[in-house]
Ligand binder design. Structure first.
Ligand code: ADP
Ligand code: MG
Length: 250
């Protein structure tokens, strides 16, 4: 079982959108996928029309096993389940802090799903918290959606510095461009510049800024479920193929 996290210090950069679309693409390839919506805002849960849990005890959830299993919801898509978010997840950090090995306390939750899923995709909230640290430790790949602009690229640098400081493997930290508007010179130049840096840590898939992606809110489905041949759906498909190769799953 592989663990993929969608992460950024910033909000509103495409973490949730990408988590949902990659989860759908992976499920369509026949992998059993669990999308863990760890953001109390619950946007992934909403997009996949999953019912939120009625009662949530984060302490119990972190232990994994039957309580965690009971929270899982099937989606309309074969092979794709969701662990829905709950407002209580805003206290996940405090909970993790109370655990002994606080930087890997999330491990039992994920381990509890071992054997049931080929891939866990974690949709993380913004910020640099204990929860993010847990995800950095436990993930096989940390994907950072980045808008092609100087400030967003600075954010990627900050995360990269954190990986260095904490001696986390930088090989598993990868960026990709999200919400790219190639009509903008700044976007085009930012992308070119990054692709030409030595040891470029960005995957070569670019998700365009497109109004069809925003329609996910009304459709409450991944883009490829309602606009299969759109440019955005193809871009998410390309990103999935690259991520799949990075994760080495087949
Ligand atoms: N490629 C895109 N093109 C246009 N709008 C997008 C795209 N990706 C995301 N959005 C929109 O931007 C907003 C933030 O995206 P979201 O995935 O929720 O970001 P995050 O999870 O990082 O906060 C949402 O309204 C979403 O519909
Ligand atoms: Mg989000």
């Amino acid at each position: 079982m592989k663990i993929l996290s969608l992460y950024n210090l910033k909000g509103g950069v495409g973490k949730t959108t990408t988590a949902v679309n990659l989860a759908h693409a992976a499920a369509r390839d026949g992998f059993n996928v669990l999308l863990c919506d760890l953001d109390p805002q619950g946007a992934s849960t909403f997009y996949l029309q999953a019912a939120p849990p009625t009662k949530m005890k984060t302490g119990k959830l972190l232990k994994g096993k039957s309580f965690a299993h009971k929270q899982v919801r099937e989606t309309e898509f074969i092979h794709l389940d969701v662990l829905p978010a709950h407002l209580e997840f805003r206290n996940l950090d405090r909970r993790l802090d109370e655990e002994k090995k606080s930087d890997t306390a999330l491990a039992s939750l994920f381990e509890g799903f071992h054997g049931d899923y080929d891939l866990i995709i974690a949709d993380a909230p913004a910020g640099l918290t204990l929860l993010s640290e847990n995800l950095f430790q436990l993930s096989d790949l940390v994907l950072v959606p980045t808008i092609p602009s100087t400030l967003s690229l600075n954010c990627f640098e900050q995360v990269s510095e954190f990986f260095k400081k904490e001696k986390l493997s930088k090989k598993k930290l990868k960026g990709f461009f999200s919400m790219a508007d190639t009509r903008k010179r700044l976007h085009r130049e930012s992308i070119e510049k990054v692709y030409h840096t030595p040891n470029n840590p960005f995957l070569e898939a670019v998700i365009p800024s497109a109004s069809i992606v925003e329609q996910m809110g009304e459709q409450r489905r991944p883009v490829s479920a309602f606009a299969r041949n759109s440019r955005a759906a193809n871009a998410f498909g390309d990103l999935w193929n690259i991520v799949r190769a990075e994760l080495k799953i087949d």
